[in-house]
Design a protein around this ligand. Structure first.
Ligand SMILES: [Zn+2]
Length: 317
């Protein structure tokens, strides 16, 4: 029996868990995708433990075969303690300690987007190809992760890259964090849907008016934009402009070699991604400096079937 030769990487979300089991050479041996029961902290921990067990079972391995487990969590994580993860109902929860106890293996817990940056860095750019990378994730929320000099930059509180809550327009909608007009309120999936809902309630004409606003999705919003709907098109264009600006903050703030774009919203390759690329092009045309700092080959789109979160989690070990 191979001794401690395998690593598990988990990407934990509010509704699902994705995971991989890899060998020492980081070849994928097994993968899983499971539903997350986020009704209580106990259920969340059980869901995570079940995903780990599923991966072990599918490769016929005992926990003694594990060199370690890396876990990405959507929230603030410091030294293995989940300080706050609203979607997982966790507050000051010692997840690293709990999983270490259960599986008798080294466990590392980190913020999900920070380790996704690590996953992009390690998997898309082999060792030493580049030294500085920013990863911008646009999904239900917006966040970034930064690799500087080949290392994940966490900051003093593990918050480095948490740019979704930078206020971009104080006249904007109220954000979940309490402030008005955060980047997320305009440009995240949930922010765009909320913007559409508000406009529909105010009586703006749109094909979306035929849909029950309470079940409106980004998918429907993007379809409406693709079909030429004015309201949907405006929301997409505004979001794309703010996303291009966020990308510019990262490039100007850290002077990275590459900036990678990922997350659920940017998986919309026919609507959202082209809108963002057009917005970046407008930035280039507006300024020689922007054109110099944002050349086309600096912007990287993730391969569609690549989940950087699970690879970054496995890379923690
Ligand atoms: Zn906010």
């Amino acid at each position: 029996v191979a001794q401690r030769a395998f690593v598990i990487g988990l990407d934990v979300g509010g509704t699902k868990i994705e995971g991989i089991l890899v060998d020492k050479a980081k070849n994928q041996v097994a993968a899983c995708r499971a539903a997350m029961d986020a009704t209580s902290v106990e259920r969340v921990v059980e869901s995570i433990a079940a995903a780990i067990q599923t991966l072990l079972d599918s490769a016929n391995l005992m926990q003694e075969s594990l060199a370690g487990i890396g876990v990405g969590i959507p929230g603030q994580v410091l030294e293995g303690v989940v300080h706050l993860a609203v979607n997982l109902k966790m507050e000051r929860y010692p997840l690293e300690e709990e999983l270490t106890r259960r599986f008798a293996s080294p466990v590392r817990v980190e913020n999900d987007v920070r380790i996704a940056a690590l996953g992009v860095y390690q998997r898309l750019f082999g060792a030493g190809q580049i030294r500085h990378l920013a990863y911008l994730s646009v999904g239900t929320g917006i966040s970034a992760g930064v690799i500087l000099d080949g290392r994940l930059h966490r900051g003093v509180g593990g918050m480095a890259g948490e740019i979704g809550h930078v206020q971009v327009d104080p006249r904007g909608a109220r954000c979940g964090c309490g402030a008005y007009g955060c980047l997320e309120a305009f440009a995240s999936g949930s922010g765009m849907v909320a913007s559409a809902r508000k406009a529909l309630v105010e009586g703006r004409p749109s094909v979306l008016a035929e849909i029950d606003p309470s079940i409106l999705t980004t998918h429907q919003l993007f379809a409406a934009a693709a079909g030429g709907d004015t309201l949907a098109g405006e929301i997409v264009k505004t979001a794309a402009r703010y996303i291009s600006q966020a990308l510019q903050w990262l490039v100007m703030g850290y002077d990275v070699e590459r900036v990678a774009l990922g997350g659920g919203v940017l998986r919309s390759r026919d609507v959202m991604t082209p809108a963002v690329l057009r917005a970046i092009q407008r930035l280039r045309e507006s300024s020689l400096l922007a054109a110099h700092m944002l050349p086309e080959d600096k912007i990287v789109l993730l391969p569609e079937d690549f989940n950087p979160g699970v690879w970054g989690a496995a890379g923690l070990i």
